[in-house]
Design a protein around this ligand. Structure first.
Ligand code: ATP
Length: 783
C-alpha cells in the first residue's frame, strides 16, 4: 500500500551537501508495525518526514495505494497529510491553548468534518487511548504519558491509513513507555504503523518488522514485502481547508491565554482611533452647529443682485486677485527690459457690470414665489416727499436722511408677508395700501432723531407712538415739484410754493400706518431704523414721472438739468471710481423717476434649501449667455459658509492627519506583535501543517489574530472616544456655551472600526506571510 522507489533526499548547506536518504526502496503492508532503527544521523527522521509528506524527496517516487506522488502539488501534500497520515512525535506537539478535545478535533476540522461527527470521532479516539475523563483539560494539565495518548488519539481521529511515530516513548519512563507501545501495537492491527526508535529492545518486543538504516540507506529489513504487483487502487484525497471562523476560534483561544498583553496592544493601537474619532465627532458637531447657525441666521441674508455686482465667489476672487497682482500674465522673474508695461485694469476688474434688461426683471419676477419670504427692489428715485409740521409749515424731506427703503414684499398671492413674519407690530397696523409707510425702530425702540425731524416730528424727547402713527405726507409729482427756467430746472423751496404743492390734488398722500420692530428671532435685521415703503408706491411715482417735463428734458440733455454739469466728464471720472460726487445721466434719470430699472434686487429665501433653489434659478438665467449679458448675483451667506466650512474641513484634515500618525505607529507595533506571536506559535504552525493545514490556512490563523486585535482596538477606541465626548462636551459647554458639540457619528464609528481592523491586518500581513512560509519540519523542531 505504501511504496518507496529509489527515494533520495539531500540537504545542501553552503557548499556542503548531505545525503540524508540515498535511494531507499521499501514497500509496506496495509497493516503492520514497522520499527525503524539506526544510528543518529542515519536518515530515519528524514525518511519519516518524507513518508508523512512533511518534507519532499529529491528523486525517486513515493507511491501510495498505487498512486505516484511525483505530480503532487502543495495542496495535494496538505490533503495527503490530513487524510492519510497521523503523526506521533517524541515531544507530543499538542497545541497548548486548546483543550484536549480541540487538539484531537483539529485534523478533522481541517478536512471539513461536521461538528457533531468531529466531536464524536474525537471522543471515540480519546476513549480508545483511555482519556475519556480528561476531555476538557488542557495539555499542560496532563502527564507526559497522557499527553502522548492525546497525540495518538489525534493521529487516529481522522482514521488515516498510516501512523508515523518518531520516538514516541523517547520522553517517557519505562512503565509509561510500555503502555504507549501496547497502544501502538493495538493500533497497528489494522493500520500501517512506522515507528522510528533508538531502542532495539522496544523494536524487538513490539514491532512486526524491523528496518535498519545507516548513512541514508536500508541495511537490513526483517520482513520485506515480496512484491505482489499490487494493482492500482483508486486513491482520492479530500482537500483540506480552514475557514475563517475556525481560524478565529483558534486565534481567539490563543489570544485568551495572553489577555493582558492583547488588551494593552489593543489599547495602544486604539489611541489613533480615539484621536480620529474625537476629531471627527468634534468637527461633526461643529459642522452641525454651523449649519444650525446657517439656517437660523444666514438664511436671513438675501441674495443680492445689483446693477454693479462684485463677483464674490472665492475662487474667482483669488484667481482675479492674483491676476490683478501680476497683470495678465505674471512673469516668473522680474523683467530685465527697460520698459514700462501698461495694462487695462478694467480687464482685470473683479466687478462685473450687470445690466437689468426687462427680460431679466421678468425672469426674476417669475421665480417660484414659495421660495421667497420677500423680494425688495431698491431704486434710487427721489420721491419729492413733503411734510407739514405742527405749526403748518411745509418742508421738503430729504429721503436720503430718512433711511427710506422699500420693504420686501411677498411674490406669492396670500403668502406670508415678510414684514409680518419678521417684524412685530408696536402700534398702528402693517401696511395695507401702497400708500402706507411704516416706521421701523431698532430693538430698543430707538431711532435717529434726524429721521423724526425730517418727518416733521418734534424729536426733543420721547415721542408717543400715537404722535407718529397716522402722520401723513405728500409725494409731489415732478411737474409740480420742479420749476423749469429755460432749459434748467430748479426746486423753488419758498414756503408759499411748497404749501401750494402740498395742497395740490395731484400729490399722492402717504401715511405712517404703523411702527414696527424686528422680532427677537430675526437675527438679521433687513431694514434699519427708518421709514419703509412699498415698491408699488415707487412704481406709481415712476409711472407718473415718465412723462414729466424734467425727465423728458433730462433724456434729451447731455448735461445735468439741475446742475448744468456735463455728463461726459462726469462719466469719465465716475467709471473708475475717481469721483464720488459726479453723477451719470442714468443716475440722474433714475433719481428723477425717469428709469424704472431698479438699482438693486434683494431676494429673501424662506430657508437654506430654498436659497439653493433661488441661486440655481438665478444661475440658470446665465446659461448660454455671453458673459457681458450675464447677471451675477451675490450670496454673502454662501461665501461665508463655504469659507467657514472650508476652514472646518482643513482643521479636521490636519487633526486627523496628526491622529493618523499614531495609527501608523500602531500599524508597526501590530507588525512586531504579530511577528512575536508567529515566533511563539512556530511549533503550532508545524503541528497545523502536519495535520494538513495549507499555507493559506496558516496566513489565515494570523490574519484572524490581527483581526481580533484590530476589532478589539477599534471597538475599544470607539468606546473610549464615545465616553470622552461627555467630558469634552462639558468643557466646551463651559467655554463656549454650545451644548453637545462632540457627537460621534455612528457611520464614522463603524468606519473607524473597519479602518482599525484593516490597518491591523495590514500590519500583521508580513508576519502572517512569513508564518505561512515556514518549513513544517523546521517549525516542528523549533523550541
Ligand atoms: N534541514 C536539514 N538541513 C541540513 N541537513 C539536514 C537537515 N535535516 C537533516 N539533515 C541531515 O540529514 C541527516 C539525516 O538526518 P536525520 O534527522 O534524518 O537523522 P536521524 O537518523 O533521524 O537522526 P537522529 O536519530 O539523531 O534523530 C543528518 O546528517 C542531518 O544532519
Amino acid at each position: 500500500m505504501l511504496q518507496l522507489k529509489k527515494i533520495t533526499k539531500r540537504y545542501t548547506t553552503g557548499t556542503f551537501t548531505q545525503t540524508a536518504l540515498d535511494g531507499i526502496d521499501l514497500e509496506f503492508r496495509p497493516s503492520e508495525f514497522v520499527a525503524v532503527l539506526g544510528p543518529s544521523g542515519s536518515g530515519k527522521t528524514t525518511f519519516l518526514n518524507i513518508i508523512g509528506g512533511l518534507d519532499q524527496y529529491d528523486s525517486g517516487d513515493l507511491v501510495i495505494n498505487g498512486r505516484s506522488t511525483k505530480d503532487f502539488k502543495d495542496r495535494d501534500w496538505d490533503a495527503y497529510r490530513n487524510n492519510s497520515v497521523g503523526f506521533i512525535f517524541q515531544s507530543y506537539n499538542l497545541i497548548g491553548h486548546l483543550s484536549i478535545v480541540d487538539n484531537v478535533e483539529m485534523g478533522l476540522t481541517l478536512s471539513g468534518v461536521s461538528r457533531a461527527e468531529k466531536h464524536q470521532k474525537a471522543t471515540e479516539a480519546l476513549k480508545r487511548v483511555g482519556l475519556a475523563d480528561h476531555l476538557h483539560k488542557r495539555p499542560g494539565q496532563l502527564s507526559g504519558g497522557q499527553m502522548q495518548r492525546v497525540a495518538i488519539a489525534r493521529a487516529l481521529a481522522g482514521d488515516p491509513d498510516i501512523i508515523l511515530a518518531d520516538e514516541p516513548t523517547g520522553a517517557l519512563d519505562t512503565h509509561t513507555s510500555v503502555q504507549i507501545m501496547e497502544l501502538i501495537r493495538e493500533i497497528a492491527k489494522d493500520k500501517l504503523v512506522i515507528m522510528v526508535t533508538h531502542n532495539p529492545q522496544l523494536a524487538e518486543d513490539y514491532a512486526d518488522r524491523i528496518v535498519q538504516f545507516r548513512d541514508g540507506q536500508v541495511i537490513a529489513d526483517s520482513d520485506p514485502v515480496v512484491h505482489t504487483g499490487e494493482s492500482e487502487r483508486g486513491y482520492t484525497l479530500k482537500k483540506t481547508s480552514m475557514n475563517f471562523l475556525t481560524a478565529l476560534k483558534l486565534s481567539g483561544k490563543n489570544i485568551s491565554t495572553k489577555k493582558g498583553r492583547t488588551a494593552l496592544t489593543a489599547f495602544a493601537s486604539s489611541i489613533g482611533i480615539i484621536g480620529i474619532a474625537l476629531v471627527l465627532s468634534l468637527s461633526n458637531g461643529f459642522d452641525k452647529q454651523i449649519s444650525l447657525f446657517e439656517s437660523d441666521t444666514l438664511s436671513g441674508f438675501p441674495v443680492m443682485i445689483t446693477q454693479q455686482a462684485v463677483e464674490m465667489d472665492m475662487d474667482t476672487m483669488i484667481e482675479q486677485h492674483s491676476q490683478m497682482m501680476g497683470s495678465q500674465k505674471r512673469p516668473d522673474e522680474y523683467p530685465d527690459k527697460k520698459q514700462v508695461l501698461p495694462y487695462d485694469p478694467a480687464q482685470n476688474s473683479m466687478v462685473h457690470q450687470n445690466t437689468f434688461t426687462q427680460e431679466y426683471l421678468d425672469y426674476v419676477e417669475h421665480i417660484d414665489g414659495s421660495l421667497l419670504s420677500g423680494i425688495s427692489y431698491t431704486r434710487t428715485v427721489n420721491m419729492n416727499l413733503l411734510h407739514q409740521d405742527d405749526s403748518g409749515d411745509v418742508t421738503a424731506a430729504s429721503t436720503s436722511n430718512l433711511n427710506f427703503a422699500a420693504y420686501p414684499t411677498s411674490l406669492k398671492e396670500g403668502g406670508e408677508d415678510y414684514l409680518q413674519s419678521s417684524y412685530d407690530l408696536l402700534a398702528g397696523s402693517y401696511p395695507q395700501e401702497d400708500t402706507d409707510l411704516v416706521l421701523i425702530v431698532d430693538s430698543y425702540n430707538q431711532i435717529d432723531q434726524n429721521i423724526l425731524t425730517q418727518l416733521g416730528i418734534d424729536s426733543s424727547g420721547p415721542v408717543d407712538f400715537d404722535d407718529i402713527v397716522g402722520k401723513t405726507f405728500k409725494i409731489a409729482p415732478n411737474d409740480l415739484y420742479y420749476t423749469q427756467i429755460g432749459s434748467w430746472f430748479t426746486v423753488d423751496s419758498s414756503a408759499e410754493h411748497l404749501r401750494q404743492i402740498y395742497d395740490s390734488e395731484d400729490c399722492i398722500t402717504v401715511k405712517i400706518a404703523g411702527i414696527l420692530r424686528a422680532d427677537q428671532d430675526t437675527k438679521l435685521q433687513v431694514l434699519s431704523a427708518g421709514v419703509a415703503y412699498s415698491d408699488k408706491l415707487t412704481q406709481r411715482f415712476i409711472d407718473s414721472a415718465q412723462d414729466s417735463a424734467i425727465v423728458k428734458a433730462q433724456q434729451e440733455a447731455d448735461y445735468n438739468v439741475l446742475t448744468g454739469q456735463r455728463f461726459d466728464d462726469a462719466a469719465a471720472a465716475g467709471n473708475h471710481g475717481g469721483s464720488q460726487n459726479a453723477a451719470t445721466k442714468e443716475q440722474i434719470l433714475a433719481a428723477l423717476g425717469g428709469d424704472s430699472t431698479p438699482y438693486m434686487i434683494a431676494l429673501y429665501p424662506v430657508d437654506f434649501a430654498a436659497k439653493e433653489k433661488v441661486t440655481t434659478y438665478l444661475a440658470d438665467y446665465n446659461q448660454g449667455r455671453d458673459s457681458a449679458d450675464q447677471v451675477i448675483y451675490t450670496d454673502m451667506a454662501a461665501t461665508f459658509t463655504s469659507l467657514s466650512g472650508g476652514i472646518m474641513d482643513a482643521i479636521t484634515l490636519v487633526l486627523v492627519a496628526f491622529a493618523a500618525v499614531s495609527l501608523v505607529v500602531s500599524l508597526i507595533m501590530i507588525g512586531i506583535i504579530t511577528y512575536i506571536s508567529v515566533l511563539e506559535r512556530t511549533r503550532e504552525i508545524g503541528v497545523l501543517r502536519a495535520l494538513g493545514a495549507r499555507k493559506k490556512d496558516i496566513t489565515r490563523v494570523f490574519n484572524a489574530e490581527t483581526f481580533i486585535i484590530g476589532a478589539c482596538s477599534g471597538l475599544m477606541g470607539i468606546g473610549i472616544a464615545y465616553l470622552l465626548t461627555f467630558p469634552v462636551n462639558h468643557i466646551l459647554k463651559n467655554l463656549t456655551d454650545l451644548s453637545n458639540v462632540a457627537q460621534l457619528n455612528p457611520v464614522h464609528a463603524i468606519l473607524l472600526v473597519v479602518v482599525s481592523v484593516a490597518l491591523t491586518m495590514l500590519g500583521g500581513m508580513i508576519p502572517a506571510r512569513l508564518a505561512a512560509k515556514k518549513d513544517p519540519v523546521e517549525a516542528l523542531r523549533s523550541e
